[in-house]
Write a protein that binds this ligand. Sequence first.
Ligand SMILES: Cc1cc2nc3c(=O)[nH]c(=O)nc-3n(C[C@H](O)[C@H](O)[C@H](O)COP(=O)(O)OP(=O)(O)OC[C@H]3O[C@@H](n4cnc5c(N)ncnc54)[C@H](O)[C@@H]3O)c2cc1C
Length: 497
Amino acid sequence: MNHKTVKKVVILGGGTAGWMSAAMIKKLIGNAVEIELVESESIGTVGVGEATIPPIKLFNSVLGINEAEFLRETKATIKLAIKFENWKEKGESYYHTFGAAGRSLAFCQFHHLLKSANQLEDDSHLWQYDLNYLLAESGKFAHINSKDPLYEVPYAYHFDAGLYAKFLRKFSEKIGVKRTEGMVKHVKQCQTSGFIESLILQDGQEISGDLFIDCSGFKGLLIQEKLSTGYEDWSHWLQCDRAIAVPSKRFDNTLPYTRSIAHSAGWQWRIPLQHRNGNGLVYSSNHCTDQEAQDLLMSNLDSEAIGDLNSFRFTTGRRRKQWNKNVVSIGLSSGFLEPLESTSIHLIQSAIVRLVHTFPHAGINESLINEFNKQSKIETEQIRDFLILHYHVNQRSDSLFWNDMRTMNIPDSLAHKIEIFKENGRLFRDNNDLFQDSSWLQVMVGQGIYPQDYHPIANNIAPEKLKDMLKQIKTIKKEPIASLPSHDEFLATKMRT
Ligand SMILES: Cc1cc2nc3c(=O)[nH]c(=O)nc-3n(C[C@H](O)[C@H](O)[C@H](O)COP(=O)(O)OP(=O)(O)OC[C@H]3O[C@@H](n4cnc5c(N)ncnc54)[C@H](O)[C@@H]3O)c2cc1C
């Protein structure tokens, strides 16, 4: 397709996507390529995106970032879970933690054992066996020094998005990424191949490259405005299309989890940072006016607002090809899935890793492009299904929105997943789905799907032995909690190191 060696990568955009791409690509293959990032301070970044999921730790560790420094510089806090409030029904809540309940035996997932025990008058629930849940509820956190998988506590961070981009900019410039300030006014394209040749800035500078990474935000300046790649619209399934956000004063006790509070036409996030809370409302404009949304958010802040309200409009979906010609779109330019499970920053991370794996150092060809696009399609569709699950399986009868969510048609892939769990209690992970069985399990059960059956393998354990085993796991899981510091004490210690 184009056998020109890729020697120079140009990244357009200096938001989270741009700087994450610059840092990781330079770190991993900076010996083979030159990297230049172009951004415009006068345009700015989207300024939101504060909650993450555990793989971010791997990202930071590959970059060699020190955790204490990262927590300090980005005003980050620990995230163990998301607490979903009023989602199944008003007044009820459940956690989707990053942990897993109990201990699975060979070929037998823990929830089958629990269901078998529940038939024996044991009324314990999933979360009582989940250390992430126990820590989240007690507001505690520290690294537990043990190799026992029962003491594993997967976690992620909440951070200030603007500070994270600044942090990564400093990191990237230090390892040799060139940053150019300026607004792109014109994009030069090869008349025959349609490949992008260069970006022309407002001041006349011309930035040429062999491969372009479009991190220009929702508009997708290269992937869409220039290459007209097209968009697959999923808003008939994920109907929220607007959001508003406002910061508020911090609390004395910093929660180690995100709160997601369902309202009549959407949901509200509360993200605790060291210096403030991030708040926002994601809503459907078909079910709620902008003024109603604003009133709803402002009247449900738990502390005083300390900044301006920002609003966002979006269409949920994905770019038809995340990589088209010599443009790879990463971040908002590649599509958008609302922040319900904090997956956007992760999608940036996985696109960067995928690009590194498929990097066309000897020239861009269709086989690499197709593989990249195939993987990104599967990944995004799986996350899409997981998000739809939260909305679709609800028992709320208080608004048209929740009724519409419950009665809408859903993708066949999701319908199958729900049915096989409901009827048989079985969960199967598809194609490296980002969300593992423990995640699907928590959200399905949390939203009110209680399986009718469990696998007979669970009956291989004699009832008394099973009861003892569960009791023992519960005790072991609780053991470390008493000696752990509070989340705030943990952060204070990190600030001092
Ligand atoms: C309401 C909301 C809440 C969210 N919450 C979360 C969350 O909790 N967790 C999560 O993982 N994700 C979240 N996201 C997504 C997350 O914010 C984004 O994925 C992330 O910030 C990446 O944005 P970006 O870098 O792609 O785009 P942007 O931040 O918009 O950056 C675009 C960059 O392109 C530059 N640019 C654009 N045009 C030009 C031009 N002509 N010339 C030069 N430069 C240009 C801009 O200057 C800017 O630097 C949320 C998104 C929204 C809308």
